[in-house]
Structures are given as structure tokens and as C-alpha cells.
Design a protein around this ligand. Structure first.
Ligand code: ME8
Length: 517
């Protein structure tokens, strides 16, 4: 069985998660569930980034001990991931002692290879980004080039990782691996950066007199490890690096790191070089998604324009939130968060198209066949069936889009199929088949719609797991969540030959319409 190792960034615990964080975990969950449907052995990792000055400052502002503060905020993340129905396999915290050990051992290994050295350093430091910038970078931007906030000038001795030594290796590697950074626009951004800049060595320590909250630097008691160097290593420590070699071998390299485009430089430049220096393979793909914005501004806790995902889930339900985020924008692009668009998606796509289809077909099954339909090989399809079968390249298109992280297009394809089914009902007018006593055709009609809905529910599963399971239950095909994986095996071989019977069990409508007022 092939494996699929998928990660989210580790979120800072200086505040509670918002829609932007929820988005990364939802796209990762969608991919994880899709890969599980395909029968792959998925390891889905998420977690929290807990060291550094800004976390200490956040704890201090609340008058709390840093670790206790982190423990509390971590619970908010875990609570949200549960509410959003994300199926991660492991939650790593950078304060986990096994991770701290890996970080220390990695630095020792790099030091033995003479890839770590101590030197005097003068630069500009941005606390919110936990990043150093050169004088010219700050001069050009007038402030922090990334977040535009004030930077502090800092002069100190520090430890450095020889990033520059591996610059040529990285350039060659990226050139030979066009899928190592996706989408294309981000790949071009990375190659452009490498062409126009010379890589400087990375400062990987912080003196304790300035930054006290971090992993002790293994070579020197006066320092802690730079928070980014610490955090990136989570992807290997969670996979068992240095502790459980068998597990590590079975998982590494990661298949996909989902990140926001704000942390591309760290993942596409520092991280592959760190791995290469540690004699490990780089991840197969770093996939950077866009930002959720409010108007023209990125949604962010520091700007204060955030939307609380828990409140949104409470208002419209978890699957509607997931659907909106996954359907509204292609994964690499920016999206505009808007309440009007959410309502239109719920009332249009979910209540009208999907909800009505399921409701109507179940009603007809109840009315015409007393809840139970078994397709028979002798049944003749109504003449309108031809247009319905025409939609059956769905599986191929769906698989291609899902493999390519084109979630919005995959959903678009499923909705074409859903609306083909709606049209089939309109055009066939089943009540006339009933009036004319064409029981064979009516049975074929209902059975194939139930089968179509069954297939759609499997394709919907990665996006809206609860809805998919509810549909499967209503079709009488589900006792346990595991059954959806068994059903998925059959979904690939659909040929509309009569198969297992359906014995429906109606539940309340999937998506009640939302009153716009
Ligand atoms: O950067 N739209 O953590 P972080 C979309 N700890 N996604 C958004 C977003 C928005 N408006 N705002 C945040 C860190 N995100 C580091 C990562 S990884 C080893 C260390 C998402 O809490 C997006 O995934 O600032 C972004 O990359 C991540 O949150 C940053 O979270």
C-alpha cells in the first residue's frame, strides 16, 4: 500500500486560530481524506509552534507562565480541528521533548559537518515575523519587508548555518524538480529569488538575554535555537527521525507540505537545504495556498480583521464552511471572505442542487417502491437516460483534479453531475411513468439515481464528510464511517449494471435554506 505524508504549518500559539488557519487544515484534511479513499496509507500531521519572543510576550501580556499559556491555546486549536472535522493522525507541539531532542541532535550533526559556526552579526530584526533582514532589504521597504512593521537594529554574536554552501545544489535541485514548489506562480517566485539574490548564511541562534523562551542551543548555554529552525524540523521529528527509524523510512520524504504563501521562503529555501545538509531527501512538494482577505487586506490576528471559524460553524454548520472554503477559490489563489457569497453557495449549491436532489429521490423511492429498490438486468431505461450516462467521465476528471490539488474544479465537476441528475428528473417526469404503468423504467430510473447519488456522496466525502456519511446512511449503505472506504472501491467500477439493493432511511434535509434577511 503506498503512503502519503501530508502536513500543515505549525501555528503560533500567540492567539486563537482564525479562518486563515482553518483553511490550511481544511485543505490538508480534504487531501488526506481523498488519499484514504484511494486506499493509501495516510499520515496527516498538524501542530503548534510554541517558542520565540512573540509567544513569550503574548503570555506575559496575560500575566501567565509561557508553557501554561501555550497549553491553554493549544486546546483552542485542538477544539477547532475537532469542530471542523479534520482527521489528523498526529498533533506535534514544538515543546514536546522528543522534538526538542531532534532539534538538538540535528544541530550537533550539522556542527560536526562544519555547517554551523559562530560569528558577529548586525541586522534588523522583526519580532512578529521572528526574522532578520539586511540593511538594504529594510531600506527598500522602509520597515519589515514581510509584514511592514517596525524592525529593531541588532548587533550580536550568533551561530550560523551555512546556507550559502548549498545554494548551487538548491538551484539545481529546484530546476530538476518543477513540482517541488507549487503552484507554478510560487515556483517562479522561488527560482526568481534564487536568480536575483545570493543566499546568506542563516542565523540559527538567539542570545538568551534577548530571547529566553526556546530550545537550549546544544553548543552554548547562552543561546536558544531560532524558532524557525526549531519549527521546520517538526516535519521529521513527528515522522520518527532519529527515534523510530522504521517509521521514518516508511514516511519520509513528506509528499506535500501545505503552507500559506507568507512562509514560502522558509519552506522552499531553508528547509530543503537543512534536509540536504542532514543527508535527507527534500519533501516532494511544498504547496503554497493564497490568503483569505477582507477587502484588500489579509485576514490576520495582528491586523485584527479576523473571522472566528467556530462562530461561523455555529451559524451555518461545519460542512457548509468547508464547502465554501474549498469551492470558492482554487487552492493557490487569494480569496475574498464574504457573507453574501457564503449564503449564495449554501442556498444555491447545497440546499437547491444537492439537498433537493437527495430529498426528491428519497421521496420517490418511498412513494413508488416503499423504500426499497433493487435494480434488475431486465429493466429498460427511460429514453432520457442517455444524457445521464454522458456525465460519466466524472471519475477521470475528478481524480485528475484531486491529484493536482484542484479542489474547486473537482467540486465543479461533481456539481455538473448533480445537476445532470436534477435535469434527468425534470426531463423524465417520473409521475408519467407511474401513470402509464412503466414500472420497469421507473425502477431503472430510481435505481440509477440512487446509484448516482451514492457515487456523488463518495466524491463529496473529502470535502463534506458528515454530509457524505449522512447520504450513505440514508441510502441504507452505511453502518460505520469505515464503510465509506469500502463503498469507494466500488465507485470506480460503476457501469450502471444493477447491483446491491437500496433500502432507504430518510433523515432531515441536508441543508436547510438560510433566510437572507
Ligand atoms: O507562520 N489566509 O505560523 P502562523 C490564509 N509558525 N491562510 C492564512 C491566513 C490567511 N489570511 N493567515 C494565516 C507560522 N494563514 C509559523 C509556521 S511551520 C514549520 C511554522 C495560515 O500561526 C497559513 O497557512 O503565523 C499560514 O502559512 C499560516 O496560517 C501561518 O500561521
Amino acid at each position: 500500500m503506498s503512503k502519503f505524508y501530508i502536513t500543515t504549518p505549525l501555528y503560533y500559539v500567540n492567539a486563537s486560530p482564525h479562518i486563515g488557519h482553518a483553511y490550511t487544515n481544511i485543505i490538508s484534511d480534504c487531501m488526506a481524506r481523498y488519499r484514504k479513499l484511494k486506499g493509501e496509507n495516510v499520515f496527516f500531521l498538524t501542530g503548534t509552534d510554541e517558542h520565540g519572543e512573540k509567544i513569550r510576550e503574548a503570555a506575559q501580556s496575560k500575566g501567565e507562565d509561557v508553557k501554561r499559556f501555550a497549553d491553554r491555546v493549544v486546546e483552542n486549536f485542538k477544539h477547532l480541528w475537532k469542530k471542523l472535522n479534520t482527521s489528523y493522525d498526529f498533533f506535534i507541539r514544538t515543546t514536546d521533548s522528543f522534538h526538542e531532542d531532534v532539534v538538538k541532535r540535528a544541530i550537533m550533526k550539522l556542527h560536526q559537518k562544519q555547517d554551523v559556526y559562530k560569528a558577529k552579526y548586525e541586522a534588523f530584526y522583526c519580532v512578529p515575523c521572528e526574522s532578520f533582514w539586511t540593511e538594504s532589504q529594510v531600506k527598500d521597504a522602509g520597515s519589515c519587508p514581510s509584514c511592514k512593521r517596525q524592525v529593531q537594529k541588532i548587533e550580536e554574536e550568533n551561530y550560523f548555518f551555512r546556507l550559502s554552501k548549498y545554494e548551487n545544489w538548491l538551484k539545481k535541485y529546484i530546476k530538476e524538480h518543477p513540482d517541488s514548489v507549487r503552484p507554478k506562480i510560487r515556483y517562479n517566485e522561488v527560482t526568481g529569488f534564487l536568480e536575483n539574490n545570493t543566499l546568506e548564511d542563516l542565523c540559527i541562534s538567539r542570545p538568551k538575554k534577548r530571547v529566553s523562551w526556546g530550545i537550549d542551543f546544544p553548543l552554548d548555554d547562552n543561546y536558544v535555537v531560532y524558532v524557525w529552525f526549531d519549527a521546520l524540523l517538526n516535519y521529521i521529528s513527528a515522522a520518527g527521525y532519529g527515534v523510530n527509524e522504521e517509521k521514518f523510512k516508511s514516511l519520509w520524504p513528506a509528499d506535500i507540505h501545505f503552507i500559506g504563501k507568507d512562509i514560502l521562503r522558509h519552506h522552499a529555501i531553508f528547509w530543503p537545504i537543512m534536509l540536504h545538509a542532514l543527508e535527507l531527501e527534500p519533501p516532494t512538494t511544498v504547496f503554497a495556498h493564497g490568503w483569505w482577505k477582507i477587502g484588500e487586506e489579509k485576514m490576520s490576528k495582528s491586523i485584527g480583521n479576523i473571522v472566528n471559524p467556530l462562530e461561523l460553524v455555529q451559524k451555518v454548520g461545519v460542512d457548509a464552511v468547508r464547502y465554501f472554503l474549498l469551492r470558492e477559490v482554487p487552492v493557490g489563489m487569494d480569496g475574498n471572505y464574504s457573507w453574501t457569497v457564503i449564503i449564495n453557495r449554501i442556498n444555491g449549491d447545497l440546499a437547491n442542487d444537492l439537498g433537493n436532489l437527495v430529498f426528491r429521490v428519497l421521496n420517490m423511492t418511498e412513494k413508488y417502491f416503499e423504500r426499497k429498490v433493487e435494480g434488475k438486468t431486465t429493466d429498460k431505461p427511460p429514453p432520457q437516460f442517455q444524457s445521464f450516462v454522458g456525465a460519466l467521465d466524472l471519475k477521470e476528471r475528478y481524480t485528475k483534479h484531486m491529484d493536482n490539488v484542484e479542489f474547486s474544479s473537482a467540486l465543479e465537476g461533481v456539481w455538473v453531475f448533480i445537476n445532470v441528475m436534477n435535469k434527468y428528473i425534470e426531463e423524465t417526469k417520473p409521475w408519467t411513468l407511474r401513470k402509464e404503468n412503466k414500472t420497469d423504467q421507473l425502477r431503472h430510473f430510481i435505481w440509477s439515481l440512487l446509484e448516482g447519488i451514492r457515487i456523488a456522496s463518495i466524491y463529496i466525502f473529502p470535502f463534506m464528510p458528515s454530509t457524505a456519511l449522512s447520504i450513505a446512511r440514508q441510502l441504507g449503505r452505511l453502518i460505520d464511517e469505515k464503510d465509506i472506504f469500502l463503498e469507494a472501491k466500488g465507485a470506480c467500477d460503476v457501469c450502471w449494471a444493477p447491483g446491491k439493493p437500496f433500502e432507504i432511511k430518510k433523515e432531515s434535509p441536508l441543508f436547510p435554506r438560510i433566510d437572507v434577511d
